[in-house]
Design a protein around this ligand. Structure first.
Ligand SMILES: Nc1nc2c(ncn2[C@@H]2O[C@H](COP(=O)(O)OP(=O)(O)O)[C@@H](O)[C@H]2O)c(=O)[nH]1
Ligand SMILES: [Mg+2]
Length: 480
């Protein structure tokens, strides 16, 4: 056996392992005949070492912990707090009776959607697993009356019949918002900046450079259309010349802003048709309920009366979450037991919002794409029943998009736009490790208004969407 440096003869192993290139495999003639090998295989192998010389000591496993009494976990059924009740003495707590007459979910609804057989499971890739908690009944609550203050002119809404109310004296935390946005988009912008420096330093602008840059922009989720427009603009008058990274970033920011500017719009509330109905849709975990809470906060602070509808009737946690937002914002929450028909609930919530003279009704929905046929049927049905009460309702169908999911967001818009007539977007989680480039591709393709962006989980972490801030955060250019 050849010596192998660093190995003991035992470690050096079988002769097969010793072979090197200099020592080729034997030809068929050189090989020992097959019978000899088989005989060798049949030799009895000694497994006696497997038998333990001593019998193993018997240590019986202790399963007594299984018999211990498990304390039942208390399920939180939120009662309005004493302070909340005191703050709203004239509001009667809602009872089951307030919300009767719900159509049961009709079996067979949505079967036609099932037949389409499309597989949407890829949409769930980035999302946490979800439980179905249809068993628990949840009672409706009526929280405190809303605090009243004027809606600031730049809060991201345009009220048609009311004159704009001047902004309050308190300065808005603009710097911190922009900083958080820039921080959230820093991964995208650092990657882009690094690539721009590597690509353009000491290099004349030629076809190859432009092609490489286009690829980089597409990888940053900006979309083919925008990427081509940027490279076209870059080549204008600069072909064959050197171009500084800062100049490339400036052009990038300008072109992104051009794409985003038309979609950065305030959410128009037509209060001539009171209540203005906002249906919030989107894949689970994209921030629907949180965004509803933040919107309710903005609106109630502005002196508008808001009713919330807990239309995600699949999870007790989702209903509870909305009720907490209801209490925080002083908005009445119309909720029913888990498993209730969401369309029936939306119908009742509309009537309730008329009764309590709400300016805005915001309806939460489920976003379970695991059961997408049922979900899509449910969303269609909500639209259908609302339009029976008011032909233009829901006036706004708002889709939330999670900025950390990247390319998937584009597909999500396509699906929800087709099913529930999405006519506006909110991008959430722009404070984390966002991949904001996709919003540019969505704007170029769908041209849907982007009303707000979420930059945190707090009540004030929703800001009107500003094309310039967003563009400069992605391109890594200074704000001026
Ligand atoms: N960092 C951050 N987290 C957010 C934002 N919006 C929502 N979330 C969080 O994302 C998670 C899912 O939000 P949720 O509103 O329950 O999503 P839904 O399933 O679509 O209703 C929750 O933990 C929220 O607190 C945001 O803008 N930034
Ligand atoms: Mg939710």
């Amino acid at each position: 056996m050849r010596e192998q440096p660093g190995l003991t003869p035992a470690e050096a192993g079988s002769p097969a392992l010793e072979r090197t290139e200099a020592e080729p495999w034997p030809t068929a003639e050189e090989r020992p005949d097959q019978e000899a090998i088989e005989e060798d295989d049949e030799k009895e192998v000694d497994f006696s070492f497997l038998e333990s010389p001593e019998p193993l000591p018997e240590t019986p496993a202790d399963f007594s912990f299984l018999d211990e009494r498990v304390e039942p976990v208390e399920t939180a059924t939120r009662e309005p707090s004493p302070e909340a009740e005191e703050a709203a003495p004239d509001v009667e707590p809602a009872t089951e009776d307030d919300h009767i007459g719900v159509e049961p979910t009709e079996p067979g609804e949505g079967e036609d959607l099932d037949d389409r057989g499309a597989d949407f499971s890829w949409l769930e890739e980035d999302l946490p697993p979800e439980e179905d908690e249809r068993a628990e009944p949840v009672a409706p609550v009526v929280p405190a009356a809303p605090p009243r203050a004027p809606l600031p002119g730049d809060a991201g809404f345009r009220l048609r019949e009311k004159p704009a109310i001047p902004a309050p004296d308190a300065p808005l935390p603009r710097v911190s918002f922009v900083e958080r946005l820039r921080q959230g988009l820093s991964r995208s912008s650092n990657q882009l900046s690094g690539s721009i420096t590597a690509l353009f330093t000491k290099r004349k602008l030629d076809e190859d450079t432009l092609q490489d840059f286009e690829d980089i922009l597409i990888q940053a989720d900006l979309g083919v259309e925008t990427a081509m427009r940027i490279t076209d603009r870059l080549s204008e008058g600069r072909f064959g010349k050197e171009i500084a990274g800062a100049e490339v970033r400036r052009i990038l920011a300008e072109e992104i802003e051009k794409t985003l500017d038309p979609v950065a719009q305030p959410l128009e509330l037509d209060l001539e048709k009171k209540p203005h109905v906002i249906l919030v849709v989107g894949v689970n975990g994209t921030g629907k309920t949180t965004t509803i809470g933040k919107l309710a906060a903005k609106l109630t602070r502005g002196g508008l009366k808001v009713t919330l509808c807990a239309g995600d009737t699949f999870r007790a946690a989702a209903v509870e979450q909305l009720k907490i937002w209801g209490e925080r914002t002083g908005s009445e929450v119309v909720a029913k037991q888990i498993g209730a028909d969401a369309a029936g609930l939306a119908f009742e919530a509309y009537d309730r919002a008329v009764e309590n003279d709400s300016d805005v009704l915001i309806i939460d929905t489920a976003g379970r794409l695991q059961n997408k046929a049922e979900l899509m049927a449910e969303l269609e049905k909500i639209n259908r029943v609302l339009s029976k009460r008011e032909p233009d309702a829901p006036h706004t169908v708002l889709q939330t998009l999670d900025a950390t999911t990247g390319q998937n967001a584009l597909n999500q818009v396509e699906i929800f736009r087709n099913v529930s007539g999405v006519n506006g977007l909110v991008m959430t989680k722009l404070d984390g490790t966002a991949r904001g480039g996709i919003l540019v591709a969505i704007a170029a393709k769908h041209r849907l208004p982007v009303y707000f962006v979420g930059v945190g989980e707090g009540i004030d972490d929703l800001e009107p969407f500003k094309a310039k801030d967003f563009a400069s955060a992605i391109a890594g250019t200074p704000l001026n």
